[in-house]
Design a protein around this ligand. Structure first.
Ligand code: FPP
Length: 235
């Protein structure tokens, strides 16, 4: 039992498509409902004194979906970034993005820029949105940045350690304590591989559009009962 509140919670918000299909609706309706759920959960998280929330909004593999669904998601992001996160901004949460900039339209990039510049001085928490994101890409990009520093002579190979790696990720975030994945899939799916090293994993059958505060509390309860040893032997 650690009985602690996790510092960094990460969520793979899975099951939007299946939620919609089960109701005879278009998959996009599931994303629309999913965005409403994220708004509520993001507010709840910071009320619970959790400092960092990371969410998987769009993976580098999601471009393979039908154009209609990809376009819908991109427009949803623009809309949602403009209005859904006002309350967490007011709570003093800083919003950051992790992912590659390529392939994203100017409109999406502008909406992202507005969110980050508006909240850049906030210090009460971090909301990290993984968009056009892949965990292996993140490590590859960090490796390139570090290699460049070595090449320029500003860093010696002997100075490379896990802190240096963390600093060169898309954002320098603390390790993830609790990772939640909805919809009954037991995979990591290339999500935040570096930051998940010692995370406790929580899987639920609930589809993301049906997820709510009560389900989030179940994940927190489960986390509170875990015995975290970080590779050591408990005395
Ligand atoms: C996975 O469900 C979900 C996504 C690929 C999109 C997640 C996006 C949202 C929750 C919308 C709001 C997000 C932000 C950051 C504003 P799926 O489509 O893979 O579902 P399936 O496995 O049932 O097909």
């Amino acid at each position: 039992m650690n009985n602690e509140v996790p510092n960094h919670v990460a969520i793979i918000m899975d099951g939007n498509g299946r939620w919609a299909q089960k109701r005879g609706l278009k998959r996009t309706k599931g994303h629309q409902k999913g965005a409403e759920v994220l708004k509520k959960i993001s507010e709840y998280v910071y009320d619970k004194k959790i400092k960092v929330l990371s969410v998987f909004a769009f993976s580098t593999e999601n471009w393979k979906r039908d154009k209609e669904e990809v376009d819908y998601l991109m427009n949803l992001f623009i809309k949602v970034f403009k209005k859904n996160f006002d309350s967490i901004k007011e709570k003093g949460v800083k919003i950051v993005f992790s992912g590659l900039k390529d392939k994203l339209s100017d409109k999406v990039l502008k909406a992202m820029d507005e969110m980050t510049s508006e909240t850049k001085n906030n210090e009460n928490g971090i909301f990290n949105i993984c968009l056009n994101y892949g965990g292996q890409d993140e490590i590859v990009e960090a490796t390139k940045k570090i290699a460049k520093e070595v090449q320029n002579g500003t860093l010696d190979i002997s100075e490379i350690n896990s802190k240096v790696l963390s600093k060169n990720m898309f954002n320098n975030l603390p390790p993830i304590d609790l990772m939640i994945r909805t919809s009954g899939e037991f995979r990591i799916s290339n999500f935040m591989l570096w930051q998940l090293a010692y995370a406790e994993l929580y899987f639920t059958d609930v589809l993301w559009p049906d997820f709510n505060e009560e389900e989030f509390d179940k994940a927190l309860d489960s986390f509170g009962k875990r015995d975290r040893r970080f590779g050591a032997v408990k005395k």
